[in-house]
Design a binder for this molecule. Structure first.
Ligand SMILES: [Zn+2]
Ligand SMILES: [Zn+2]
Length: 346
């Protein structure tokens, strides 16, 4: 084991503080990554505040990791020292179940091993990317193409794949009308990616406050959902709606915006159950779906797609001593559009 510098939450709702975490020795199939940047995802905050259930403390969050390989195990074939790499939301899975074999390791039937707060094969609780180094199996390590800067690439490992996967799987592309609900960390990537895929993109946001940004990011249209006329004007308009918000929205109203056979896919995770009038699905053969990150191969495909189209996240780069302040601002939706920690400051 090697101790490396990190920021960790010592207890639920306690501020994160500078400390060290233990990393395992580099195994046969492992790579040691010198982390350069780590994005702050809203999930990190939910987890350290125990809003999604019990957490093992102390916990170092972070599952939007970008860095450089500095050591490889004897059996590693896919990476070499000096390679630019990323790590997303998972660092292992059973590799044998139907879902692992099918390339959807995020849905491993035995449960994937999360990048932080999960129990790994060695029995230890995993610790995430707000840290200077991490040891990861090469099969759960992604390659960051040369065309992408590491700082704007880091958020792609969660926000990028979370939006790319449903956009691709539900057919966003030329001739398709796609709406993105919410223009935050996830939403801003959904707009960029859907636009790059060739779809006609509409942002549905509470107000018109970020309209200028939305259009710059690639949206063709921008509507305020606080205005009831939006729901009349856009009735039956969209092939696909991707909802990125974690607050409860009126799903019945949004389903009304779909064309016949259209799909509303939810990637945000509202805390409370929703109320759904099933007639909103029956009339027009509508689909209501969910989507969770993506598999390893699909995540690589997303990174390659983003590099090809010059898509990185819009970020605010911060030093590690500002993590707690950044958390407050994420909760207040006061970030454009992702905080990224410069891990050299840890
Ligand atoms: Zn995340
Ligand atoms: Zn599995």
């Amino acid at each position: 084991m090697t101790s490396v510098a990190a920021y960790a939450a010592p207890a639920a709702k306690a501020p994160l503080e500078r400390t060290t975490v233990e990393r395992r020795e580099v195994g046969e199939h492992d790579v040691l990554i010198d982390i350069k940047y780590a994005g702050i995802c809203h999930s990190d905050i939910h987890t350290v505040r125990e809003e999604w259930g019990k957490t093992h403390f102390p916990l170092t969050p972070g599952h939007e990791i970008a860095g450089v390989v500095t050591e490889v195990g004897s059996g590693v074939t896919r990476f070499k020292v000096g390679d630019r790499v990323g790590v997303g939301c998972m660092v292992d899975s059973c590799r044998e179940c139907e879902n692992c074999r099918g390339g959807v390791e995020q849905h491993c039937l035995k449960g994937n091993v999360g990048t932080y707060g999960s129990r790994g094969r060695d029995g230890e609780i995993t610790q995430g990317g707000y840290s200077t180094h991490i040891v990861v199996d090469e099969n759960y390590t992604l390659r960051i193409p040369d065309g992408l800067s590491l700082d704007v690439a880091a958020p792609l490992l969660c926000a990028g794949i979370t939006t790319y996967s449903p956009l691709k799987n539900y057919g966003a592309g030329p001739g398709k009308k796609v709406a993105v609900v919410g223009l935050g960390g996830l939403g801003h990537m959904a707009v960029k990616i859907a636009h790059a895929m060739g779809a006609e993109v509409t942002v549905l946001s509470q107000s018109l406050r970020k309209k200028e940004d939305g259009l710059k990011l690639g949206a063709d249209h921008y509507y305020a959902t606080a205005d009831p006329r939006t729901f009349e004007e856009l009735r039956g308009n969209f092939d696909l709606i991707v909802s990125t918000v974690s607050a409860n929205v009126d799903f019945n109203a949004y389903l009304g915006l779909l064309k016949t056979g259209g799909t509303l896919v939810n990637v945000g995770a509202p805390e409370n159950p929703i109320s759904l009038q099933l007639f909103a699905l029956i009339g027009g053969n509508k689909n209501l779906a969910g989507s969770m990150i993506g598999g390893i191969a699909e995540t690589q495909e997303m990174l390659d797609f983003c590099a090809e189209h010059g898509l990185g996240a819009e970020i605010e780069l911060i030093s590690a001593d500002r993590i707690n302040e950044a958390y407050e601002r994420v909760v207040a939706s006061d970030v454009r559009y992702r905080f990224v920690i410069d891990t050299a400051t840890i």
